[in-house]
Design a protein around this ligand. Structure first.
Ligand code: FAD
Ligand code: NAI
Length: 468
């Protein structure tokens, strides 16, 4: 790195190398911009290092363990199934995370993106200072894309430490805990809760609102709740966490439930009550970047902030905090800098909860469609009518299509069941492309596959169901 007080000129600078930033940098370079990316901690951001990827590795390990432990349905008996947690963690970290993050650095280099290591701070509307240990360098830029991501919310009474942990702590526990209390039964609480419940931990989830996994519809969340119960976990809704006390290697958590104060204790307490945008650390005000009332950056449909040369993407802008949303916004911002007219459109933004069963949705639900003034009907097809799901002994759940009453245009979809995350892609495309149920019903789906449940559901929308 060049060290000094003189400013180095950059064309497009991207700040943050998560799924928003690294994708934006590569696309900007593909479109002919001279790009530099500044990263203070890790390539791939939260998603690849302490989010999407390591959590899915542990979820896969947990599934494998469950399957090995309970294969009786298939006429198979196993003995002495054990988990070597150190090896599981080593595989997750050194085979999965390491492989993916080094791939990001390689892709950046291949696309001739200059890599600058350090933390960026704005000095004014077109200048940043990058600090790396004892060294610092000033850069001016023509355009910037801000992609600084988010971090876990720490709540009063639950100071993070060795026993009171955030999601990163939850991914890296040194051993499988005997018991675990989770504050927040949202996406992370349910995904990591399912991992440890599968490995035999006694999991207790304290969820403040009246529904477990409140971002998905009740009938979907209920299926996951049933699976948690089967694994011996306890889910307590309307439970507001009040405080935690660490006593030796135990944590005692106090919470309020139905007007009463109660306690529960465990080896660890993991707090997963949402994430806050990293918009308070890089002097955004000096660059003239305005925030909304939630501390997120105000942007237009191309990601342009109140400073027209600076774009913002990912967890720091309004909307869901999802990796694919961050990448999508990154591509739009890179195109906008190149003078293209691309704009974000969230009508088919997918969202998945990787529990057992998986929950996946895109577009409108019945309620949100009604709120938007659409005249819709909902049609549900159960996985019990799908041969492949039955042969997999995994047929809890359903495919649901939300379509317009007038012409069967697909405007929303929810899937709870085996492979829901992958299956959703077909319906996401249908929503994005404005397809109707007939388009899907007339497409031949291979047999026997889980995808036939989507075709069956589309036929049911048309009033011609075969397997229902
Ligand atoms: P980040 O990934 O947070 O990256 C921001 C980067 O900016 C970081 O590398 C940071 O070091 C760097 N940075 C910050 N400030 C500066 C600065 N001033 N200077 C230089 N660098 C800086 N989403 C999904 O879609 N699917 C999932 O399955 C999923 N699972 C998840 C599981 C967990 C446990 C967690 C915590 C999150 C999960 N997410 C998932 C959410 C997903 O990780 C985020 O939505 C995504 O990472 C956001 O991308 P981003 O580029 O906006 O920010
Ligand atoms: P979340 O918003 O999904 O869930 C937080 C939960 O905590 C909510 O249900 C809320 O009601 C509850 N809560 C808040 N305060 C509480 C309190 N004091 N006591 C008890 N409960 C309380 O947030 P989470 O799980 O931390 O995840 C953050 C974000 O990360 C998600 O919203 C999602 O955008 C992203 N993510 C996405 C994943 C995916 O796509 N599969 C996986 C993991 C995270």
């Amino acid at each position: 790195m060049v060290v000094g007080d003189f400013a180095v000129e950059l064309d497009t600078v991207v700040i943050g190398a998560g799924p928003g930033g690294y994708v934006a940098a590569i696309r900007a370079a593909q479109l002919g911009q001279k790009v530099a990316i500044v990263e203070k901690e890790y390539f791939g951001g939260v998603c690849l290092n302490v989010g999407c990827i390591p959590s899915k590795a542990l979820i896969q390990a947990a599934h494998t363990y469950q399957l090995a432990k309970h294969p009786e349905t298939f006429g198979i008996t196993t003995k002495d199934v054990e988990v070597d947690w150190e090896k599981t963690q080593d595989w997750k970290q050194n085979s999965v995370v390491q492989k993916m993050t080094s791939g990001v650095e390689m892709l950046l280099k291949k696309n001739k993106v200059e890599i600058i290591r350090g933390e960026a701070f704005f000095s004014d509307k077109d200048t940043i200072r990058v600090v790396n240990g004892e060294e610092a360098q000033t850069y001016t830029f023509n355009n910037a894309i801000l992609a600084t991501g988010s971090r876990p919310i720490e709540i009063k009474g639950f100071p993070f430490g060795e026993r009171i942990i955030d999601s990163t702590g939850g991914l890296n526990l040194p051993q499988i805990p005997k018991d675990l209390v989770i504050i927040g039964g949202g996406i992370i609480g349910s995904e990591l809760g399912a991992v440890y419940a599968s490995f035999g931990t006694k999991v207790t989830i304290l969820e403040g609102s009246k529904q477990f996994i409140p971002s998905f519809e009740k009938d979907m969340a209920r299926l996951v709740e049933k699976d948690f119960k089967k694994k011996g976990a306890e889910i307590i809704t309307k439970a507001m966490a009040k405080g935690a006390e660490v006593k030796g290697d135990r944590v005692i958590v106090t919470y309020e439930h139905k007007g009463e104060e109660k306690t529960v204790e465990a080896d660890y307490c993991m707090v997963t009550v949402g994430r806050r945008p990293n918009t308070d650390q890089a002097n955004l005000d000096l660059a003239g970047i305005e925030l909304d009332e939630h501390g997120k950056v105000k942007v237009d449909k191309q990601g342009r902030t109140s400073n027209p040369h600076i774009f913002a993407i990912g967890d720091i802008v309004p909307g869901a905090m999802l990796a694919h949303k961050a990448s999508f916004e990154g591509k739009v911002a890179a195109a906008a800098i190149s003078g293209r007219k691309d704009e974000v459109d969230y009508k088919a933004m997918p969202s998945v909860c990787y529990t057992d069963p998986e929950l996946a949705e895109a577009g409108y639900t019945k309620d949100s469609a009604k709120e938007a003034g659409l005249d819709v009907k909902v049609t549900k097809f159960p996985f019990g009518g799908n041969g492949r799901a039955v042969a997999m002994d995994s047929y809890e759940g359903f495919v649901r299509i939300v379509s317009t009453k007038e012409d069967n245009v697909i405007v929303g979809a929810q899937i709870a069941g085996p492979g829901a995350s992958d299956l959703l892609a077909e319906l996401t495309m249908a929503i994005e492309a404005g397809m109707n149920a007939e388009d899907i019903a007339l497409t031949v789906h291979p047999h026997p596959t889980l995808t036939e449940a989507i075709m069956d559901c589309a036929e049911a929308v048309l009033g011609e169901p075969i397997h229902m």
